[in-house]
Design a protein around this ligand. Structure first.
Ligand code: PMP
Length: 397
């Protein structure tokens, strides 16, 4: 019994595709949409100008393309084009948002930050750094369902709270966080609100459009765009720019917040990926939901435990444990059928129990068995049964 799954990866011959396991790790990175790839090639080969070159056509064309992408990306979250600061990805955006507000905190005596225990390492890392610099960081524990209770965010606020930073969708469990309710809880407070929307941008629309969100981190390679490009959205507050300071200095690009020659081709690809995501998000979500139904029909008979509240989980992700099956053993057994993971790609080099599942208070056996499967509207899984049978054999050798 084989899974004759075609991968959703554009490129590669059909023969190669047939031999490869189906790609079920879209939360780590997504394949690039073919139209996006064409755009990247065009802005690499035909139009290769530097968007900072003022003196000729090549520079002007590049600048126009960058500005069009800026507008397309901004419109996904109902922001202004000049509120988009291009970065290398959500890791850099998270660092810029958090570390970039530190001087303002010191100047104004606001040295308290509220965040959560389930954030990505690219949020927890800069927060650790600010703790070393004397900031007081409160990390809220999630509910057992893997979501953060807005009342707890509100209860953690203090007069000297500078920043609240919460993610929109958890990368490991796919649990959608109550961003609108958290924004509401912050209504009367001056704290800046940063949302790590790496897994949500272009997939969840309305909550990310709320004006209470001051800063938002997004990434190209989670929405069928290229790797190495992302943005920090920096919304004006009462018509004023946020008191953000750069982490590096140079030629003044991106209003001095992120200097360096702009990667025009990557930005063009990201811009197109963002408009396709906005245009098609409902159809994409429906396709992903259909895949989830098929997955669950095959997996539920194994008696799996779902990690993260299933009613709050995004359509393209499931994180589950099969009783008695260790995740490393499952990954090896599934190797030729499906490319899956047991958590975040960022920490998968060194196996350590998921900090997200530990924070949710799951039993250690369930954490050690946790498998994450994440797909896209492009994914074709011909045979979930084969995947389920392989896992079933591990459970009952
Ligand atoms: N935050 C979250 C929630 C993520 O899932 C990721 C990617 N795994 C990042 C931040 C980092 O994004 P990037 O790879 O663009 O640096």
């Amino acid at each position: 019994m084989t899974v004759t799954a075609t991968t959703d990866t554009p490129g590669g011959s059909d023969a190669q595709k047939l031999q490869r396991p189906v790609y079920l790790d879209c939360n780590a990175t997504t394949p690039v949409e073919p139209a996006v790839m064409e755009e990247i090639v065009r802005w690499t080969v035909e139009e290769f100008g530097n968007a900072g070159s003022r003196t000729h056509h090549y520079g002007q064309a590049a600048k126009n393309r960058v500005n069009a992408a800026r507008a397309d990306i901004a419109s996904v979250v109902d922001a202004c084009a000049d509120e988009v600061v291009f970065t290398s990805g959500a890791t850099e955006s998270n660092n810029l948002a958090i570390l970039g507000l530190a001087s303002h905190g010191v100047r104004t005596g606001r040295l308290h930050i509220v965040s959560t225990q389930i954030e990505h390492k690219s949020v927890l890392g800069p927060l650790d750094e600010l703790s070393r610099r004397g900031f007081d960081v409160t990390l809220i524990r999630p509910t057992p369902g893997g979501w953060v209770d807005p009342d707890e965010v509100q209860a953690a606020l203090r007069a000297d709270t500078l920043l609240v930073s919460t993610m929109a969708v958890n990368n490991e469990t796919g649990v959608v966080q109550p961003i609108a309710e958290i924004a509401d809880a912050l209504k009367e407070h001056e704290a800046f609100f940063h949302v790590d929307a790496a897994q949500a941008f272009g997939k969840i629309i309305a909550p990310l459009r709320l004006k209470r969100i001051d800063l938002m981190s997004i990434s190209g390679h989670k929405i069928y765009g290229p790797k190495g490009i992302g943005a920090l959205m920096t919304r004006r507050r009462r018509f004023s720019r946020l008191p953000l300071e750069p982490l590096q200095y140079g030629g003044g690009q991106e209003r001095g917040l992120r200097p360096g020659t702009l990667p025009v081709a990557l930005i063009a690809g990201f811009g197109l990926a963002a408009s396709l995501a906005l245009q098609n998000h409902e159809q994409r979500a429906a396709k992903c939901a259909a895949i989830k139904r098929e997955a669950l029909a095959s997996l539920l008979p194994l008696g799996i435990g779902i990690n993260g509240d299933p009613d709050r989980t995004i359509e393209h992700t499931i994180n589950f444990s099969v009783p008695g099956v260790d995740s490393e053993a499952a990954i090896v057994a599934l190797k030729n059928l499906a490319a899956v993971s047991n958590g975040s790609a960022c920490t998968s080099q060194s196996y350590e129990p998921s900090h997200v599942l530990v924070a949710a208070g799951l039993p250690s056996e369930q954490i050690e068995g946790a498998l994450r499967m994440s797909w896209s509207h492009l994914t074709v899984v011909d045979d979930w049964t084969a995947i389920a049978e392989t896992l079933g054999r591990l459970a009952r050798p």
